[in-house]
Design a protein around this ligand. Structure first.
Ligand code: ZN
Length: 478
């Protein structure tokens, strides 16, 4: 059963009703003012909202949703607008209201003894990193968009990123939530307990719900002891299979202190050197594959560096790597990470890119890469796979750049065809068609193909229970 938002056309009274809650200045309606809220990073969707409303408090969010629930106005919550599946931008109907959390960015509290922090949904991820650091602690969620994505959006999408290997994804970092329900009621679930078996763990329903079940306004987050030292290296390998062997070696040597293990192909390094300002290849020669490896230490820089050095040497002797560059300064270490995080951006100047965010069991990553690359280049001659990602957790961004000189639009028009090939292989390997980006609008139809009727029924039942009027992000995910 597909639920539809009730009013399919714009109601001219909506902006005035919203203004009575937040004040006129916080209700945007002119084309110029709403433009930044209507485009998303991949430029696949362009919407037009009835209004953009920017509340400053949980109370205002509550009043907005109470009004929307009664008037059956569709609400699309938005954080930093960095999502990659189109969930956070309004559709073309002109009937949806974008609810931006950007003004709710306070860090309400940090508890150094309990290692927790309470932050509002609009706090930018990098601000949380800085606040934790100031308290002598560490918040490990780390991704390319961290300078602009906001924690509410990270929670709504259960964001992953490069820290998942050691610290888990967003779901593992949330202790409690404050959520405004579809009808405007506020659930204060900002608990900071590590143990709490008192019935259904409702916070987990909202984490990863992509704005379809409620609006997260604040979260209690787990913090960790700040590592005292980090060693970062880029190692070259012959193949993904060899990189996997290398991963196993580092995992055994460093255990929980292996805090990063990222895979990137030669073409990714070429794109970085060509398009990322100031970047250069850290190794003298060209190699087929690269692993970015990070080891942390709770004790010292020296401990991290010596474990990295020793493990690289063992791997070299065992012929599991071809060459390696160990960062010799903090600046170089962060430069290696900047290159890794720049990998999405540097594909842009190379033309159209058909993107997949998939995961397979870690041991199957080499087989997946081999089969998917062969299948895609067989279908489109000259297509250039640029697969990269989080080898340590089996999540690969299987992006395919257009053939050199090909027509961008014609290439992108084959998105579904290419995705069907890639996702087919993923399913054969018992993987997931969305590892960390979510479903949104991009993969809504695909969801029906990969979930059983039983699972979809449970999801729809939850949606109906939490949002009976279907006002929250209608048409996203389900
Ligand atoms: Zn990723």
């Amino acid at each position: 059963m597909q639920q539809k938002p009730q009013p399919a056309r714009a109601d001219p009274d909506i902006p005035a009703r919203l203004a009575s809650i937040v004040g006129e200045a916080q209700v945007l309606t002119s084309e110029d003012d709403v433009a930044p809220y209507c485009r998303e990073p991949r430029d696949l969707w362009h919407g037009r909202p009835a209004a953009v409303v920017r509340p400053a408090t949980t109370g205002e969010v509550s009043a907005i949703l109470a009004f929307a629930h009664a008037a059956r106005v569709a609400i699309v919550p938005q954080g930093g607008n960095t999502g990659l599946v189109g969930a956070q931008v309004p559709d073309e109907s002109g009937a949806e209201v974008v609810l931006s959390l950007e003004r709710m960015r306070a860090i309400r509290d940090i508890d150094p003894d309990g290692a927790t922090m309470i932050a509002e949904a609009g706090a930018v991820l990098e601000e949380l990193h800085a606040a934790a650091e100031e308290a002598g602690l560490f918040f490990p969620l780390s991704l390319g968009a961290q300078g602009s994505c906001r924690i509410g959006g990270n929670i709504a999408t259960n964001a992953g990123g490069t820290g998942v290997l050691a610290y888990g994804n967003t779901r593992d970092l949330v202790l409690g939530l404050e959520v405004v329900l579809a009808d405007g009621r506020v659930w204060n679930g900002l608990r900071r307990l590590r143990k709490d078996n008192t019935g259904y763990d409702l916070k987990h329903l909202f984490i990863g719900s992509e704005g379809t079940l409620g609006v997260v306004t604040a979260a209690a987050l787990r913090l960790f002891p700040a590592p005292k030292g980090r060693a970062v290296a880029i190692a070259a390998t012959q193949s993904p299979a060899e990189a996997l062997t290398l991963f196993r070696r580092f995992s055994a040597a460093a255990g929980a202190n292996l805090t990063g293990f990222e895979l990137m192909p030669r073409i990714g390094m070429e794109f970085i050197v060509k398009h990322l300002e100031g970047a250069r290849d850290p190794l003298g020669d060209a190699y087929p594959w690269y692993a970015l490896i990070e080891i942390s230490s709770g004790r010292s820089e020296e401990e991290a560096a010596s474990l990295m050095q020793a493990t690289l040497e063992e791997a070299f002797e065992a012929e599991e790597l071809l060459d390696a560059a160990l960062a010799t300064s903090l600046a170089q270490a962060s430069e290696f990470w900047r290159m890794r995080h720049g990998l999405s951006e540097v594909q842009r100047p190379e033309g159209g890119s058909i993107k997949h965010d998939v995961s397979v069991p870690v041991a199957k990553v080499p087989e997946f890469l081999e089969r998917a690359s062969a299948a895609v280049t067989e279908r489109i001659a000259g297509a250039r796979p640029v697969p990269f990602g989080h080898l340590g957790d089996g999540n690969i961004h299987f992006n395919v750049s257009q053939p050199v000189g090909a027509d961008k639009a014609a290439f992108l028009a084959r998105w579904d065809e290419v995705a069907a090939i890639v996702h087919g292989i993923v399913m054969e390997l018992s993987g997931s068609i969305s590892a960390e980006h979510g479903i949104g609008r991009l993969k809504r139809e695909l969801l029906k193909e990969v979930k059983s009727e039983v699972e979809l029924d449970m999801m729809r039942a939850i949606k109906r229970a939490f949002d009976p009027n279907n006002i929250l992000s209608p048409g996203r995910m389900l």
